[in-house]
Design a protein around this ligand. Sequence first.
Ligand code: GLA
Length: 724
Amino acid sequence: MSTPLPRWLRAAVACCTTLAAASTGTLLALPAAAAAPAPPGAAAQYPDYAPTPPMGWNDWSYYQCGIDEKTILDNAHALVTTGLAKKGYDTVTIDDCWMSRQRDAKGALVADPALFPDGMAYVGRQLHQLGLKFGIYEDAGTSTCGGYPGSLDHWQQDADLFASWEVDYVKLDGCNVPTKPGETEEQSYRDTYTAMSTALLNTHRPIVFSISAPAYFQGAANWESVIRWSAQLGNLWREGADIALGQAPGREKWASIKDNYGYNVGLPALQRPGRWNDPDFLLAGDSGLSQDEIQSQTSLWAMMAAPLISSTDLTHLSPAALAVLGNEDVIAVDQDRLGVQGKVVQHDTGYDVLSKPLAGGDRAVALFNSSDTAQTITTTAARAGLPSAIGYALHDLVTKQVTGTTGVISADVPPHATVLYRVHPGATRGAAPATALTWQDISTAEAPGTYRITLADHGAVPLNDTRLRVTAPAGWTVTPATTALPRVEPGGTASATVTVHGPQGTPGTTVTAITATASYRARPTAVDTVSGDRTIVQTVPYPSLAAAFDNVGTTSESAPAPGNFDGNGDSYSTQALAAAGATPGATISANGLGFTWPSSAPGTADNVSAAGQQITLTGQGTALGFLGAEAGFTAGTVTVTYTDGTTSTGQLGFPNWCCSPTDAYGAKTAFTTDHRNTPTGPANYGTTYGVFTNTVPLTPGRTIRSVTLPDAPALHVFALTVQP
Ligand code: GLA
């Protein structure tokens, strides 16, 4: 392509390759590949400049192109003042968009003088004075992903320039790498990365080399082959899709954390000490993610011996996020000198257990609840690869609690959370026994909301004076709220039955955590406790499509700023829509379907970002018609629920609102507009921004009760209708 793909399109393409790669089971480890010898003709093995996984900060996910000298240095200072630098986060990498659009007369790269008025050597000096290392971004192609000059055919010139700036770390992206005539795409990538690897070596400066080539082959048959030669040429490699950007909604960030975990966790055989798989940035500190989610990401990255590279605004880091990033016990798991990537040792729907050997004979064991409801995850020391022993000390690396088990490793893990233990084989005298609570739904039609809560003793001593207390948010009742349990013997259990009732939720999905806490005496001088949650998910249909609004689809040209149809602040123009007949409340007839255009004012939420909402609808027909578009290359499943309780499903996708084939997913164009609104005003005249129709089949003769939209926020639904 002569022009680089817009970033949103690249992200979308990357997203879809990830999905394709993950479709065999996102959280399942891929079969371990045997270590292959270096391929013939390989370049010299790049030196081990990163004996443990690199740590630091990179601006990209949070700022993208909104960087300048001050942003970089303010964040660098924050690394120092927060204490993160001392804990190992020592490399500050300036990502894309730091350059001028043109090289100078001698072909040298030039830092954008408006953004970096003191030049890059100055920035490097400032970083070095702070005791930090200096990282910089370039690209192996004709231009970077952002369209700035790439290093292609300027290898030595660029490497020498970086060395003269005292750069310590180079991230070389892989956008716009041309395939040379007569070569395969892989060969051309390999040539370019080999050239930069050699050029960096020639500088005689120890520069950590981060390679992005494998990310451009994710999902392809030769993905592993690209990773293997990347491991010869550099110290770490991005092998998959980008982590979500800072401004993405929290649920998208969490989905991308799970995706990146999913593709990285299958690759332990491809890394080794000094050669690291890189599943991309840590998002701790970003908005929209829960404490459990940022802790999970950091713990899982540590289990995978992944680079720990924060990409957030460190100048406004909350104490809670700082505690996650700065947890030295978790960092020690990541940086362990054995340098082994942890593996999945147990997997089932909604959870993974990972184990990572550590120097000295301990193991780190992670219980990762990838599901949306709390669950008790149970494994054993033997399954986690520990030698047989009389007992094991479980150090919870987040709560710092130490308990002793005779072999079972178990915890009730909240949704999206990860419990991370350092497991030490040997006597556990003095430690509280390891215990766990399990909730089991034993509801019947006559007794809804009935649960059995079981306390298990995995330690070597009994539990006495045991009480169970269940707490719930206001409006909920638990009966009984407290119960005495019988004494629990080592290896034994005791249970109580409770009923839980709550208010009817409001339209949408309401998630409520009910917490059980058992207290007991197992040690002479202490009362110990263990807690476990039940997650109750209530879904109440919205009364109408309009009531489920959560996104702004259209803006007026006189006030375009509140729009954000595509996630980048751009939306349909009300005026351009009106020219096509789409005015508030208007009937849109297209492709044999009749819809009512939303009646809300421009700049207010007037379309739906499909996120699994359930919407009340009635009628009978052959098909359900949708009017909409998408801004992210996704399709998803629509579920129709009928009054008799049966359901049917169909796939719904729309073409992108602009710039892609207009018949994608079997959709048809309803009408088109000739420009869009950006936050600063109408733009992109002459580009077609379309609205499309698509249908999913209905079960004939059944009456619809509700429709559940796909869980795909990039899909936007303006209207729906029942086709008779
Ligand atoms: C690619 C990389 C990102 C970032 C951007 C910059 O998407 O994967 O990490 O460097 O390019 O344009």
